[in-house]
Design a protein around this ligand. Structure first.
Ligand SMILES: Nc1nc2c(ncn2[C@@H]2O[C@H](COP(=O)(O)OP(=O)(O)OP(=O)(O)O)[C@@H](O)[C@H]2O)c(=O)[nH]1
Length: 371
């Protein structure tokens, strides 16, 4: 299966929520237009008799081009023509609804319910409406417009984690407990290793033995050494030892896991600050990346986590996990719109290869269910 197919399948819960909502909005007050569909294109698409009336292709839907007005087809045949029947095509009614204030309001509500946040939802709907007010739109057309708008918002934040010539490049990984830090470190380590980089992991959450054990499991899976320290010991001193080891080994990357207990913000802030101070004794330019790992299932809460962690650490980029199995995938659009922080990757499952580079167009199409 293509990666896009897989991503679409993983984002089913988010996309079906949007899809069902859009269907309901268009059907509420929409009217049927007869349109011919060609599920299996057995003849050239340009065939004037059977070409689809006005459903644009998702991948080609330009952001700023107004949607072609629907083909008014009062005389459209109720049944396929002879050629249509010979070619095995069927006529299917397409429901279209005139884009008016009511419909825009419903669209805004749907996007807010999909965790896009109020500001982003309003902006997205306003951009969709521009130049299209009073036009008739089908669900498929709205999906395409929505996907194009989301891809536009997210285009500027889609950036892989930058790799510098510095050895070791220090990657500090922060985020609340359970957000997926350990899993993401394991997945990233495996990808970097496959790309020919040597990686060392430091299990900096020294307060939870289970967290250290889990990181070791991921290190084994990725084939990467994991440095640990006894439970309750100082994470900063482990980070320092890890710097020494990574330097001695000539490692390209040192990934440092950290604790995520937000319950005591002051302690956590001091702990992170101390880790940074100590690793800077070995390299004053470190950490070179501070990745904030966010759990998509927390929805709007992810926004306040970004705000909090930006105060605790110098966050340089985001990884959003658990986009599979949540209907809250829209939160990533809100994050991009609100903070503009680079989104390096998305987690779409619990397996080692379930970390995908963030591709705004594929994500937008998978999220909206556009083809
Ligand atoms: N479905 C799914 N589950 C994920 C993903 N990423 C992580 N998980 C699961 O989320 C749970 C928490 O992940 P961890 O990597 O342990 O999270 P953590 O932030 O290190 O948590 P602590 O060890 O408590 O600090 C685990 O059960 C993971 O398997 C993902 O992309 N999709």
């Amino acid at each position: 299966m293509s990666f896009f197919g897989k991503l679409k399948q993983r984002l089913t819960r988010s996309s079906s929520k949007l899809e069902e909502g859009l269907d309901a909005i268009v059907e509420d007050g929409g009217q049927e237009d007869a349109a011919t569909t060609a599920p299996e294109p057995v003849a050239p698409a340009a065939d004037p008799v059977v070409a689809p009336a006005s459903v644009p292709q998702a991948a080609e839907a330009p952001v700023s081009t107004p949607t072609p007005p629907p083909v008014e087809s009062p005389d459209a045949p109720a049944k396929p023509g002879l050629l249509g029947r010979l070619l095995g095509r069927e006529t299917k009614a397409v429901v279209r609804r005139t884009l008016d204030d009511d419909m825009l309001e419903q669209l805004e509500e749907l996007l807010i319910a999909s965790d896009m946040g109020v500001d982003t939802a309003l902006r997205v709907t306003a951009n969709i409406a521009e130049g299209r007010f009073g036009k008739k739109l089908s669900t498929e057309e709205i999906k395409d417009l929505l996907a194009a708008e989301i891809a536009r918002i997210m285009g500027s934040v889609a950036k892989p984690m930058p790799i510098y010539p510095k050895k070791p490049q220090v990657v500090l990984v922060v985020g609340v407990n359970g957000s997926g830090k350990t899993t993401t470190i394991g997945k990233l380590a495996s990808q970097f290793k496959a790309a020919g980089k040597s990686v060392v992991i430091a299990a900096g959450d020294t307060f939870r033995a289970a967290a250290v054990e889990q990181l070791q499991v991921w290190g084994d899976r990725a084939g990467v050494p994991v440095l640990t320290a006894p439970e309750g010991s100082d994470p900063a001193s482990l980070a320092y030892d890890a710097m020494v080891r990574a330097e001695a080994d000539g490692a390209d990357l040192l990934m440092i896991d950290t604790a995520g207990r937000l319950q005591n913000r002051k302690d956590l802030m001091e702990e992170l600050a101390k880790i940074v101070r100590v690793i800077r004794k070995k390299d004053e330019t470190a950490p070179h990346n501070t990745l904030l790992v966010l759990d998509a299932t927390t929805g709007q809460n992810a926004l306040s986590q970004v705000e909090t962690f930006q105060k605790l650490a110098d966050v340089s980029g985001l990884v959003m996990t658990k986009l599979d199995g949540t209907a809250k995938g829209g939160v990533l659009v809100a994050l991009a719109d609100k903070f503009g922080l680079p989104i390096h990757a998305i987690g779409v499952g619990e397996q080692i290869d379930d970390l995908a580079p963030f591709d705004p167009e594929e994500f937008a199409r998978a999220l909206t269910g556009a083809d």
